[in-house]
Design a protein around this ligand. Sequence first.
Ligand code: GDP
Ligand code: MG
Length: 163
Amino acid sequence: MNNIVAIVGRPNVGKSTFFNRLIQRREAIVDSVSGVTRDRNYGKSEWNGKEFSVIDTGGYIKGSDDIFEAEIRKQVELAIDEADAIIFVVDVEEGITPMDDEVAKLLRKVTKPVLLVVNKVDNAMRTNDALEFYNLGLGEYFAISGMTGSGTGELLDELVNVL
Ligand code: GDP
Ligand code: MG
């Protein structure tokens, strides 16, 4: 399959909200790695005439912070292996968490395109708050609201450019 986009990040940052906004139809893909499929949703999307598949990761992660961390790490490593581009979502309401730093550390080594998305930027005040995410060391970011759709056009323009 070509043009696979993986959405990664810790729980509650808004990955699934953005995924649901993005996809036109869900796909049931049987994954050869058992135990992985149930943790991930697949969908198809299209922007500016370019089709791509989207993987929403971490759907059913439950448990302690330790389990979160191991699971998220696994999902990020899978995404790095399989995806053609990675969307790393963080949450402006929460700011940078230690887990965000962990994920950023993994993603800084990746040669594939990584798009940093600061989500929940629902209003102008939060545009300023988003600036702290430069500290993740991943460069420029896209400030979006998965809830309202604000900023998602620019993000998708760039996404299909790098695919
Ligand atoms: P996931 O765990 O990363 O998949 O996050 P979800 O998509 O399930 O969202 C977690 C929570 O954040 C839910 O209560 C969403 O309604 C909320 N949320 C998602 N996107 C936004 C957004 O752009 N703005 C605000 N204010 N809340 C959001
Ligand atoms: Mg989710």
